[in-house]
Ligand binder design. Sequence first.
Ligand SMILES: [Zn+2]
Length: 176
Amino acid sequence: MPINIVFVDRDGTIGGDGHFTPIAEFVPYAGSVEGIHALRAAGLQVFALTNQTRIAAGELDEAELRRSFLELGCSDAFICPHAENANCDCRKPKTGLVTQAHLKYHFSNQEAVIIGDSYQADMQCANRAGILGIHVATGRGAAGRADVSGTWVECADLAAAADWILRHNRREKEGD
Ligand SMILES: [Zn+2]
């Protein structure tokens, strides 16, 4: 099945260092924005998928963060604004943000992927949701790998992950 929905983590995946970087200081990795644009140009939706405890702490404006994702080329953003100890349903690796996306858009998990640098948050969320995970070696890199079981695709960075998805879709088209 071709991939139509791409969830993408922010810090350590689109850019930054794997920890929170303020909007004004956030620098995307080489090829990240181009990768997002290439996916959009191919007709895919790109949804930011991010935990941002600083919103609950009053240090980050959710609307401003949402705008920043649209400026990076994302079509929408699903944001957990809660504190780590709030026990919400949406903090990755919980799957509440994916549920929110399902309420807003019609798609099956088989046509979605989750791209992220965190095994514990992103790959675990993907596995729990029944969505293909694509781990990128930027940001946190290999940290936490031993703590998570399951399968996912490994790519060097977001640009390579976007290439992987577009190649996958071309193969699907040629296949049947
Ligand atoms: Zn939450």
